[in-house]
Design a protein around this ligand. Structure first.
Ligand code: CAA
Length: 689
């Protein structure tokens, strides 16, 4: 297939890039553009670059990073565009991202479809723009915009691009026809940004974006490298800036951070594909039902409405139904007011939402998701009520964080239509969706759920059935070690600091206070003591029994002043911890940050390796996706498995063995898969069952 073609339209040479799915700048594309520019027909007076398919060029081909470079490189393409004797226009639809926007900046003009977006998202891959983006953009649109796009990595709309001068024109429709006319009539001159004067220094912008990078992108090297590159070009001129940008890009491309983030990019896309051996056909879903109008039910209904489904909402308590229904409409109104959705879309979502008066409201539903209280007997009652009334082929999904999907499925006829959909709260905001496949779940039902996840804009990961599935089963190992470290002598502050310094957004004790200590307390009451480490929660239990349930009661591990959420040191907590240690006969010891991090993170990795070995996760990369999207594991570490591979599985296995010697094998038995991969030189993040 020819990925680059060209044809004359009047006096305009139209070069079309057609490299599905996203017109990435693969070698053949680069070569095709350079060749087309090297042999201009004599009739041509202007050149137009357009893309076939759903988008303009979405950037460099990420899969080529880390491989030997093939000539021509992207810099050669940009040089050919700048040196082209004719004015060059880029016509942008869909997205012009990274190298795609950079390519357009080497053109003389840019015209955009009104729905197009442009951006420099390289920081999301641990990189900086590598083809002049930090130099040309500031010369076109000023320092603030240059920093904004490349530091935040967030794309902007066509109208914003017009406002800041990136776009020369925006067309409502007929982009190519309008762009040809623009190239013929308006694009009369070369306007090379390489020769444009440097913009004035903007100290405020540098301060603001440096602050943003430190606050919002803590631990990441790329945003600071962007700032360095922009400043270098401003102070030393275009050519020096370009050279500096290239050097920084080369360093970053081989860094752990960028490798980790590129791993996550592909892992997130892979996670949404059916696991090996699953060959179902997706079932069309148009009408969905939600049982339970609490926080989770509301979020799930909003996600379904965003996916274009008709939604029937029901709650056995009429008052709760009414509150939930109003809450959904309020969120839709809020999204409209913030410009997130159009008036037409808001009207459509309101119109597609209905309240059911009783269970018969679900008669026509293709899928019903229950989001009632986390209790097996209550969920069985709901499923029984549904099974009596809904179509025999309607999918029954349970939003549970821990419960046994197989037990629930066995309680209804046709258990092959049952599965778990574990949404994270708030369900309409959080991207992660664990799709829990029961022993009877059919392949058709599973692929239907994956398709639904995509329609809802979620990052879906398939999990098998076990207590807590992938995410919560692993987090309990992490929480257990945090609790034991506390008992042995570390303070909540020291533990929280060590893991936040590692890159977690919040420490386990701040997190527990925020979630409410009573939640875990009541969950534990449903478990038998052999299912968890009772010593790890002695302090938690003591706090709850004293009425210190966390933020909501003004104290837990920390104290909170005047409803403020800032955790403050509380001497009373120190006394409580000390009393528990004395009662248990424990002499506290000094514990350093390294031990804290290793015990918490390696416990997480070991539990993950155990469940991957058991086949609960289909792929190691799925575990990384769960942790990066549901539990705040730093993306620049790529997830727990990517991190484990980076520090070395033999090292992780050796540390786990030493913890087993010190603390016993009950919780520190190395997972067989971890041992196997450490011995064979394999990797957890790329392991596939
Ligand atoms: N390189 C290689 N493959 C890419 C790619 C890229 N830049 N962008 C997307 N793909 C692939 C995806 O892996 C996916 O492949 P599979 O179908 O095999 O899973 C396929 O294209 C479709 O991608 P999405 O599922 O993400 O499609 P979408 O419609 O949801 O999103 C998109 C489209 C917004 C363009 C999104 O894919 C995206 O954000 N891509 C990355 C953009 C990016 O980061 N560009 C900068 C690259 S670095 C760079 O350009 C450096 C430089 O300065 C030279």
């Amino acid at each position: 297939m020819q990925v680059v073609s060209h044809a004359l339209e009047g006096a305009v040479l139209v070069i079309t890039v057609d490299n599905p799915p996203v017109n990435a700048l693969s070698h053949a594309v680069r070569e095709g553009i350079v060749n087309a520019l090297s042999d201009l027909p004599s009739e041509a007076e202007a050149v137009l670059i357009v893309c076939a398919g759903r988008t303009f060029i979405a950037g460099a081909d990420i899969s080529e990073f880390g491989k030997p470079p093939l000539s021509p490189g992207l810099a050669d393409v940009l040089e050919a565009l700048e040196n082209c004797p004719l004015p060059v226009v880029a016509a942008i639809h869909g997205q012009a991202l990274g190298g795609g926007l950079e390519l357009s900046l080497a053109c003389d003009y840019r015209v955009l479809d009104s729905k197009a977006r442009v951006g420099l998202p390289e920081v999301n891959l641990g990189l900086i723009p590598g083809a002049g983006g930090t130099q040309r953009l500031q010369r076109l649109a000023g320092v603030d915009t240059g920093l904004k796009l490349a530091v935040s990595g967030k794309p902007i709309s066509a109208n914003e691009a017009l406002d800041v001068g990136i776009a020369d024109a925006v067309f409502q429709d007929q982009l190519v026809t309008n762009a040809v006319a623009f190239a013929a009539e308006t694009a009369k001159q070369k306007r090379c940004l390489r020769d444009a004067p440097a913009p004035p220094m903007d100290t405020d912008a540098f301060d603001r974006w440096t602050g943003y990078a430190h606050k919002k992108m803590r631990g990441q090297a790329a945003p600071l490298a962007v700032i360095d590159a922009v400043r270098h070009g401003l102070e030393n001129g275009f050519e020096a800036g370009l050279k500096h940008e290239r050097a920084l890009f080369e360093d970053l491309v081989s860094s752990h951070q960028s490798k980790a983030m590129r791993h996550l990019f592909f892992a997130e896309r892979l996670a949404g594909k059916p696991p090996r051996g699953v060959e179902g056909k997706p079932i069309a879903l148009s009408q969905a039902g939600v049982v339970g109008a609490g926080t989770m039910g509301v979020g799930i209904a909003l996600s379904l409405l965003a996916a274009g489904k008709d939604v029937v909402l029901f709650d056995v308590k009429p008052a709760a139904l009414s509150v939930g229904y109003d809450r959904i409409r309020a969120v839709i109104d809020g999204d409209l007011a913030k410009g997130r959705i159009s008036e037409t879309e808001a009207a459509s979502r309101r119109q597609r939402l209905t309240k059911a008066e009783d269970w018969s409201g679900f008669d026509q539903c293709d899928i019903i998701i229950e989001a009632v209280f986390e209790d097996m007997e209550i969920k069985k009652t709901v499923f029984a009520a549904l099974a009596e009334r809904v179509r025999a082929d309607a999918i029954l999904a349970t939003n549970t964080s821990y419960l046994d999907i197989d037990e629930l499925a066995r309680s209804v006829p046709h258990p092959n239509r049952v599965l778990g959909l574990h949404f994270f709260s708030p369900a309409h905001i959080m991207k992660l969706l664990e799709i829990v496949r029961g022993e009877a779940t059919s392949d058709d039902v599973l692929v239907t759920a994956l398709a639904l996840g995509k329609q809802m804009g979620k990052i879906s990961v398939v999990s098998g059935v076990c207590h807590g599935f992938i995410g919560n089963r692993m987090i309990s190992a992490y929480g257990r070690e945090a609790g034991l470290l506390l008992l042995e002598g570390a303070s909540p502050q020291a533990i929280d600091k060590a893991v936040t310094d590692f890159g977690m957004p919040m420490g386990p004790f701040t997190m527990a206070d925020m979630a409410g200590l009573d939640i875990g307390y009541s969950n534990r009451k449903k478990l038998s003591p052999d299912q968890y480490e009772t010593r790890a929660v002695l302090v938690h239990d003591q706090l709850v029994e004293m009425g210190r349930k966390g933020q909501k009661t003004g104290s837990g591990f920390y104290r909170y002043e005047d409803g403020n959420r800032t955790p403050l040191h509380d001497a009373k907590t120190d006394e409580i911890i000390a009393a528990v240690r004395t009662r248990e006969g424990i002499t506290p010891r000094e514990i350093d940050a390294e031990e804290i991090v290793e015990r918490c993170i390696f416990a997480l990795i070991n539990e993950g390796a155990a469940l991957l070995g058991e086949g609960i996760a289909a792929r190691g990369s799925d575990v990384d996706v769960v942790y990066a999207n549901g539990y705040g594991f730093p993306r620049w570490r790529g997830g727990p498995f990517s991190y484990a591979d980076q520090v070395g599985l033999d090292y992780v296995a050796e540390r786990i063995a030493s913890f087993a010697e010190r603390f016993g094998t009950r919780w520190w038995t190395p997972a067989p898969l971890l041992i196997e991969l450490a011995k064979s030189g394999g990797a957890l993040a790329t392991h596939e069952n």
